[in-house]
Design a binder for this molecule. Structure first.
Ligand SMILES: C[S@@+](CC[C@H](N)C(=O)[O-])C[C@H]1O[C@@H](n2cnc3c(N)ncnc32)[C@H](O)[C@@H]1O
Length: 302
């Protein structure tokens, strides 16, 4: 489903499910990854002028897009450039004690993938960077040019689940001893040399650099730590009956969410509302291939 008033590039995933999440008219809603504001527009349809929508993002470009796309909403909209790991502090600063929904649609937007300043794409040649938040200081280029071979192999294996991690790490170290690795295309060529494949004539739908790029992006942006921090502070922020909804795009994130919800169910904190993760329909995947790997889980604070 394409949400209205959105830039053509980004289509919000599982928006139909998001539209069905029951909210009070005067709810306090946190969109922890506001992006272009697509999901927030969906939530806002059930909100009155007494409701508050707090949107966070670490990327100023996303916040600017959200500001334009959400200008006509009836509820109060507060947008903050902050990491969702720091959500409790943001709520304290703006004087909100409890919230009715914490929603996070993890990862990156389509516009970020094609933004040459972000350096995320293996399909286009860009400066190798991968910081979603340009206030961070360590880029993907810093990591591939400085980490020792074992450290690189472990990172690519642990965060990319790449079985050929050792070959790729070896190929990176061999290449960088001759020339510093500066661009995404250089890294793609190094990976393809290690895997003995041609990026332009591949048999699989999955690009050979996918897993290594995922690993570097996770490391640069501390994605798993941020998610764990958000999940561990969520119960103190949620009102009774408040919902936490997380959309993840790879199994490492989904496992963290699944385990967190299960542990909190066992300790009597949450009721799990999605016994199995919600996934996109065949039609949605046809219209938006990115939805293929999306998994949504929802829990309710008791
Ligand atoms: C998939 S997009 C969200 C799209 C949005 N749901 C929509 O429909 O337009 C993810 C957004 O989360 C932001 N983001 C990623 N990690 C974040 C974090 N730790 N804290 C805050 N924002 C984050 C990214 O910059 C990006 O704008």
């Amino acid at each position: 489903m394409k949400t209205d008033n959105m830039p053509a590039e980004h289509t919000s995933v599982l928006a139909e499910f998001a539209a069905g999440i029951a909210l009070k008219k005067n709810a306090v809603v946190v969109d922890a990854t506001i992006g272009c504001g697509g999901h927030s527009r969906v939530f806002a349809k059930s909100l009155s002028k007494d409701a508050v929508l707090l949107g966070l993002d670490i990327d100023q470009n996303s916040l600017t897009a959200a500001q334009n796309n959400l200008a006509d909403l009836p509820c109060k909209v507060v947008l903050v450039r902050e990491n969702f790991a720091n959500l409790p502090e943001v709520l304290r600063q703006i004087g909100i004690e409890k919230v009715d929904l914490i929603f996070a649609d993890l990862g990156f937007c389509s516009a970020q993938l094609t933004d040459p300043d972000k350096g995320l794409s293996f399909n286009e040649d860009m400066k190798l960077d991968m910081r979603l938040d340009d206030r961070l200081t360590v880029t993907a280029a810093d990591i591939v040019n400085s980490r020792d071979e074992k450290g690189l192999a472990d990172l690519i294996y642990n965060f990319g689940q790449e079985r050929a991690s050792r070959k790729i790490a070896h190929s990176i170290v061999f290449a960088r001893d001759r020339k510093k690795i500066d661009t995404t295309a250089e890294l793609v060529n190094i990976i393809c040399r290690a895997l003995k494949c041609n990026p332009n004539s591949r048999k699989s739908r999955i690009h050979p650099a996918t897993k290594t790029f995922q690993a570097l992006r996770i490391a640069v942006n501390s994605e798993l730590e941020n998610l764990e921090t958000l999940l561990s502070s969520a119960p103190e922020m949620l009102a009774k009956g408040g919902k936490i909804v997380i959309i993840s795009f790879h199994s490492l994130e989904d496992r963290i969410v699944k385990n967190d919800f299960r542990q909190k169910k066992t300790s009597g904190i949450y009721e799990i509302a999605t016994k199995k993760p919600v996934i996109a329909s065949f039609d949605e995947i046809r219209q938006n291939p990115r939805a293929r790997s999306a998994k949504l889980r929802m829990a309710i604070k008791k």
